[in-house]
Design a protein around this ligand. Structure first.
Ligand code: ADP
Length: 494
């Protein structure tokens, strides 16, 4: 099958969160499964700089009419895998800007985001309609609101007689919907009928997320539990009714871990690699911990459980629970190391705690891929106490690196971590610490459970072994996506 993945980010070229990891790993897994997968990306500077052997493919006119943009094609070289063939939209006026892909340097969304990302969906539809005569996708797979208009453009083009192409839309996080003012609709090049309750209209605004949810042949999200949760008013962000309506075409497919990037046995960011089974191959982890403690200015105490947090600093991630429970964590003899960036008040609150106890609390504000690997390598416990979590990747990296996840039972966290109950320890299923209610008492109990297990070294090693052995390969996820693509092809345009 010829499959076009449409995404705003792709690891290793550009990453602000888990979406990039998925966008980088899935095409490789699809190719390994014999599929003809390519990607389409906006021409952000980091992407243009990272795509090799670029050649112009064609020009096309923007949906708002006047402007013309170039489409380029090239290769993204990936260590240990076949290169990914990539289309890149050459539009420096829209994409060559300071800040992150979505916001300016003051963290305000760019005022013309509707144009910047409409162009992404539009370009996908152009490719589906033959912009590159040498390659035409049979299925377009759009990721998150940034690519949400691709299914809408395909839907209306097919109604106007264009060839049938299957469309799949994946929700990576329903909290970000790409809303904009209603007058922006005129720029999108869609028929008036699209600005409707059963289309892009959301309480008077334009919703790119609804473009994907209403018009894609098939919908997926990144874990089975999240697929159920988003159909409820509590977690549906106002879209639960629509998601229930489309529930029969919605599938939850759990993300996986890219073994080429995240593998403690081969990870070049670690001072010493390590792997299961058990004790004698795990010396590297102790060394990673000692080096990390030293590097962060923490007391170099091998016996102190080191809790790590690698996260965007937003309300979603439940960080006030971590702040609230920090006194207990320190009183029990633990250490906390945080790597993250985001909301200023959270950065400040954690910085204050680090200043007050620099030998026990370390806070690194910023984004640092290498350091993130070293955190998972050196950590004992990975904290992910999220309010909601579509899939979550950090707990999966924590599992694989033997830094046991402490998570709330929500979304993909519920699907990937098994609590250390006596029965699950006996059966060999336990892999971490899971709490239910989003409050200090429940979080505190999970913390105490982590300390209690840490005191029992043989049990800790056993659970760590379970965690590290948990399968999380992209081949399994790719098979599930391929099944969804087939369904999309069968139902395309019907
Ligand atoms: P989300 O997509 O909501 O941010 P995920 O857990 O799905 O959460 O993915 C987060 C990804 O971003 C992981 O790969 C994690 O390692 C990475 N990450 C988050 N914050 C940082 C940071 N400050 N430095 C390096 N990597 C980070």
């Amino acid at each position: 099958m010829r499959i076009l993945q449409v995404s705003a980010e792709l690891f290793p070229l550009l990453k602000t969160g888990g979406l990039a990891d998925v966008a980088g790993a899935l095409p490789i897994a699809l190719m390994a499964a014999g599929q003809d997968a390519r990607v389409l990306l906006p021409g952000f500077p980091a992407i243009l700089a990272g795509v090799r052997d670029q050649a112009p493919v064609a020009e096309f006119t923007a949906p708002w009419g006047q402007e013309r943009f170039g489409m380029r094609a090239g290769r993204i070289a990936i260590d240990g895998a076949a290169p990914i063939l990539a289309y890149v939209i050459d539009a420096p006026a829209l994409y060559d800007r300071p800040g992150n892909p979505y916001e300016d340097t003051t963290r305000e969304p760019y005022g013309d985001n509707h144009r910047r990302f409409a162009l992404l969906g539009w370009a996908a539809a152009q490719l589906a309609q033959g912009l590159d005569p040498a390659w035409q996708p049979e299925v377009v797979h759009a990721h998150d609101w940034h690519a949400g208009l691709a299914p809408a453009y395909l839907h209306f083009a097919q109604r106007a007689g264009a060839p049938r192409v299957g469309s799949v839309f994946t929700v990576h996080n329903l909290a970000y919907q790409g809303l904009s003012a209603p007058w922006n609709f005129a720029d999108l090049g869609l028929p008036a009928a699209a600005f409707h309750m059963n289309g892009l209209e959301y309480h008077g605004q334009v919703s790119f997320m609804k473009g994907g949810l209403c018009f894609a042949d098939r919908l997926t999200t990144v874990s089975p539990t999240y697929a159920r949760e988003i159909q409820t008013p509590e977690q549906g962000f106002g879209l639960d009714g629509l998601l229930r309506l489309r529930g029969d075409v919605l599938t939850g497919i759990l993300n996986a871990v890219d073994d080429q990037v995240w593998n403690p046995a081969t990870d070049a960011a670690l001072v010493q690699g390590y792997h299961t089974p058990e004790g004698r191959h795990m010396a590297g982890k102790a060394r990673c911990k000692a080096v990390l403690q030293h590097q962060l200015g923490l007391a170099e105490r091998p016996e102190a459980p080191l809790f790590i947090l690698v996260s965007r600093l937003t309300e979603q991630k439940g960080l006030h629970l971590v702040l609230g429970g920090l006194d207990t964590l320190l009183a029990e003899g633990g250490q906390l190391a945080l790597l993250g960036s985001g909301e200023a008040w959270l950065e400040e609150a954690f910085r204050e705690r680090a200043a007050a106890a620099p030998r026990s609390v370390s806070v690194t504000v910023g984004y640092n891929e290498t350091l993130a690997h070293q955190f998972f390598g050196g950590g004992d416990v990975t904290l992910v106490p999220s309010l909601f979590e579509p899939c979550g990747l950090t707990q999966m990296y924590g599992l694989k690196y033997g830094s046991l996840p402490l998570v709330r039972r929500v979304g993909g966290l519920a699907d990937t971590v098994v609590d250390c109950t006596l029965e699950d320890m006996a059966s060999g299923d336990a892999t971490g610490f899971v709490f239910d209610r989003f409050d200090a008492a429940n979080y505190g109990r999970a913390l105490r459970r982590a300390f209690a297990l840490y005191q029992r070294a043989p049990d800790w090693r056993r659970v760590r072994g379970n965690a590290m052995r948990r399968p999380a390969d992209w081949a399994t996820a790719a098979e599930q996506y391929i099944a969804v693509y087939r369904q999309a092809l069968e139902s395309a345009g019907t």
